[in-house]
Design a protein around this ligand. Structure first.
Ligand code: ADP
Length: 496
């Protein structure tokens, strides 16, 4: 099939998949209109055109949703761990059975190539499988007090109604990473997806219903008024926990709001990942890793390599090879076969990315490939590699969130570590070296929650994902991901 005809075919299939989706709010197990009857348009970032309209919730609807979660909480917490595990496993299987349809929906609303959408849905499903297994292994403790006079019984119980706010870059996986442990722990939730990508979450809600989820255990509220809706939900006092993935700026606001109710929080915030290539590294592997760390999700990931520090001995070879590999990536509508880079999420995102590139170039950076927005419809920006980037360039401090790789040279290990840590963020760092001592020294010295050692992708449902410093609080995934939704209760037992 030629490029144009498969685009027509997949576009038609994607439109059919979207037409069959519910577009309302999902509250208390029912699909309902927003109280104001308002809707908003969801756009296709590849064309800028309207895909469909979905319900636009007001604060009242958010309150309805948190009340529904609050009402469902007691009975949901009383379900057996096996019952909750079975729901998650059924949803895992349904995600796989529906992967083609879900990938079309995701690519249409978010822009990433179909192959990446399929990867994300498989990754999203893994959180359900992982937490299905964890659900039946929630442990407590029993201990004799040091003086022998009493026993200490420790149990874990669900935190309670949880508010889950997700971003647009991984519309499904950032949902399952929160919904999976919430269900496993027995927490009812209100999910607020990003306004740009509500459709994947609506599809997921349908799947959870089919998987046997009790009414009210997960509620979904789509809105363009994230601030207004969320603040009232938090202030209602009915929610006990907030899990947020998004920008540090919004995370700070939400932490302030949650402080008023002394709520538990998990915060997955911004990143500014350094990617370090030492002189002895396998350069071809480092280029492959950089391509993954930079171009996964088109650079629209908090884990994206934001600054590439390369030893002076190998910088020329590394830069040339990376620029060649990036320039060869086919850019286009994610629904077309063979495309490796889709559009950015919206016009504002493209403007921001180009602003950061222009600022670096104005300050003396050299463009090896890319560097100018692509003409025509949609929000496309080409793979871009910059060298000779000065330390004062804005993109050294700000998250680029686009397909732009700035390369900077270094001479010593201390210099590389100091540069990598010279940021308010601390999510992830990548290290390429064949020297084991150096690898461990650098991994320990990086002020981050995660390190990729000779690998460009760290995300893994079985691993504790999260950052330090302004990159956030708490960990998602792994067994610690479940603890985020559990309270510890200690019972002191007198022994006579
Ligand atoms: P981005 O800039 O990448 O869109 P945001 O942090 O603005 O990142 O968005 C992440 C999520 O947070 C989205 O679901 C968005 O709707 C939501 N959000 C944005 N502002 C607020 C706010 N003031 N209160 C609660 N949620 C918000």
């Amino acid at each position: 099939m030629d490029l144009a005809s498969d685009l027509v075919l997949y576009s038609a299939r994607a439109a059919d998949a979207v037409a069959a989706l519910p577009k309302q709010l999902f509250i208390g197990g029912e699909w309902v209109d927003g109280s104001a009857g308002a809707t908003y348009d969801v756009l296709d970032p590849a064309t800028g055109s309207v895909i469909c309209a979905v319900a636009d919730a007001r604060a009242e609807d958010g309150l309805r949703a948190i009340r529904a979660a609050h009402e469902a909480q007691r009975s949901f917490a009383a379900t057996s761990p096996r019952e909750r595990a079975d729901i998650l496993m059924a949803a895992f299987r349904l995600l796989h059975e529906n992967i083609d349809r879900l990938a079309l929906i995701m690519t249409l609303e978010m822009g990433k190539p179909l192959a990446e959408s399929r990867d994300e849905i498989a990754y999203a499903a893994e959180f359900f499988r992982h937490f299905a297994q964890e659900a039946t292994r929630i442990e407590g403790g029993y201990q004799t007090a040091p003086n022998g006079a009493s026993r200490l019984l420790v149990m874990k119980q669900p935190v309670g109604p949880s508010v889950l706010i997700t971003p647009w870059n991984f519309p499904m996986a950032m949902g399952t990473r929160k919904i999976g442990p919430a269900i496993a722990a027995g927490c009812a939730s209100v999910v607020k997806p990003a306004p740009q990508t509500p459709l994947s979450m609506l599809a997921l809600a349908e799947i959870l219903v089919e998987a046997g989820l009790p009414r009210g255990a997960v509620n979904v509220v789509t809105t363009t008024d994230a601030g207004g809706v969320t603040e009232q939900v938090i202030d209602s006092g009915l929610a006990r926990k907030l899990s947020f993935t998004g920008s540090t700026a919004v995370g700070r606001i939400l932490l302030g709001q949650c402080a008023r109710q002394v709520m538990r929080t998990s915060m997955e915030l911004g990143g500014n990942a350094a990617f370090l290539v030492f002189a002895d590294a396998d350069i071809d592997r480092a280029v492959e890793g950089a391509l993954a760390a930079k171009m996964r999700n088109g650079g629209e990931a908090c884990t994206a390599a934001n600054r590439l520090y390369v030893h002076t001995d190998v910088i020329e070879e590394f830069s040339a090879k990376l620029a060649e590999a990036m320039a060869a990536l086919p850019v286009g509508n994610g629904l077309a076969d063979g495309v490796r880079l889709g559009p950015l999420i919206d016009a504002a995102a493209r403007e921001k990315v180009h602003g950061l590139v222009s600022d670096a170039v104005d300050q003396g950076a050299e463009v090896l490939t890319g560097g100018e927005p692509l003409a025509g419809e949609g929000f496309f920006y080409p793979p871009t590699v910059l060298t000779e980037v000065p330390a004062t360039a804005r993109l050294m401090r700000e998250e680029i969130f686009g397909p732009v790789a700035p390369i900077i040279s270094f001479s010593t290990e201390q210099e590389a570590i100091a540069a990598a840590n010279d940021t308010e963020f601390g999510l992830v760092g990548y290290v390429y070296t064949r020297d084991l001592d150096q690898a461990l020294r650098v991994a320990e010295a990086l002020e981050t929650g995660m390190v990729g050692l000779n690998q460009g992708v760290v995300s893994n449902p079985a691993a504790p994902f999260g950052g330090v410093k302004a990159s956030g609080l708490g960990r998602e995934g792994g067994n610690t991901g479940l603890d985020e939704y559990l309270e510890i209760k200690y019972v002191g037992i007198a022994v006579s």
